[in-house]
Design a protein around this ligand. Structure first.
Ligand SMILES: [Fe+2]
Length: 295
């Protein structure tokens, strides 16, 4: 199955998040990695060490930008200064698309620094779509929005989260960063069928997929990004690839970060699923490990 126009018709392959504990290993060993995802806000500075590191990475690797502070869903004007600095970084990295979350997090200029879930209403679809259009027009590369994990819902919601995502895609000319771990976490917290969600996603709009590990507590699941990917999340990933075709895939591991090799090896388990639907062949981890995934 061909890749789609929101991922630039490319098989970008399997990436991992660029994290400070791995810098030394990356610069010393120069490992083969398809691409790195960076958190834009960590590099939106005027100079110094972060940009030196980034430039060194860019000499050797593809970089895709992921943001955590756009708040597409907030009902207030976008931060123009933030956008200007973001555009400078986009020009530096030549990221094929710019992703951030389908969430809100600011009211009257005050920022919560949280990725808060949307009320799934038609009004929110329209507000968010207007913000996405503005960003896309200004940044001049495709904008891609990510579904967040959630622990609370609004009484005002008029539809399910996946209906909301579909309506948003009708209203805004953007792509999707489908986080299958977030879908799983929310499905367990709210009691919906995660497969129904994945089956309803407009596959032709999916530019990128996130996989991650999470923590399970007695009454809820937290999206902690501090474990290997769990079997039910691999199953959702497999279904997503079946529907979307080979799609740029990124493993998120943000806490209790193990060695670079461990993170990369975990990410490369995705190759088995990509290879089943691609004309390319992605490197795989060894067979024993794949059997582990299938158990
Ligand atoms: Fe994510």
């Amino acid at each position: 199955m061909a890749a789609n126009r929101f991922n630039g018709y490319t098989d970008l392959g399997i990436g991992i998040g660029l994290r400070i504990p791995h810098y030394r290993h990356i610069f010393a060993e120069k490992p083969v990695v398809d691409w790195f995802e960076i958190i834009s806000e960590n590099y939106m500075v005027d100079g110094g060490r972060p940009l030196q590191v980034l430039d060194q990475i860019l000499e050797r690797y593809k970089v895709v930008q992921h943001g955590v502070a756009m708040y597409f869903g907030s009902a207030q004007p976008l931060n123009r200064d933030h956008l200007r600095r973001l555009k400078l970084l986009v020009r530096r990295t030549k990221t094929p698309w710019l992703s951030d979350h389908l969430c809100w997090g600011s009211v009257d200029g005050r920022y919560t620094h949280d990725l808060l879930p949307m009320p799934y209403t038609r009004e929110a679809v329209a507000t968010t779509a207007a913000n996405i259009r503005q960003v896309q027009d200004f940044i001049e590369i495709p904008v891609v929005v990510e579904n967040v994990s959630s622990y609370a819902e609004f009484h005002e919601s008029e539809m399910t989260e996946w209906e909301f995502l579909n309506e948003e895609m009708e209203a805004a000319p953007c792509g999707i960063l489908l986080d299958v771990n977030n879908i799983y976490v929310s499905s367990q917290n709210h009691g919906f069928d995660p497969l129904e969600y994945v089956n309803s996603v407009p596959a032709e709009r999916v530019a990128q997929i996130h996989i991650a590990g999470h923590s399970k507590f007695e009454k809820y699941i937290l999206d902690t990004h501090d474990h290997p990917v769990l079997e039910p999340v691999w199953s959702l990933y497999a279904r997503a690839i079946e529907r979307c075709g080979p799609t740029a895939t990124l493993l998120e591991w943000d806490d209790n970060i193990p060695t670079f090799e461990e993170v990369h090896e975990e990410a490369m388990k995705a190759a088995k699923f990509l290879n089943a639907h691609s004309s390319h062949t992605f490197a795989e981890t060894d067979t024993n490990e794949l059997q582990e995934i299938n158990r």
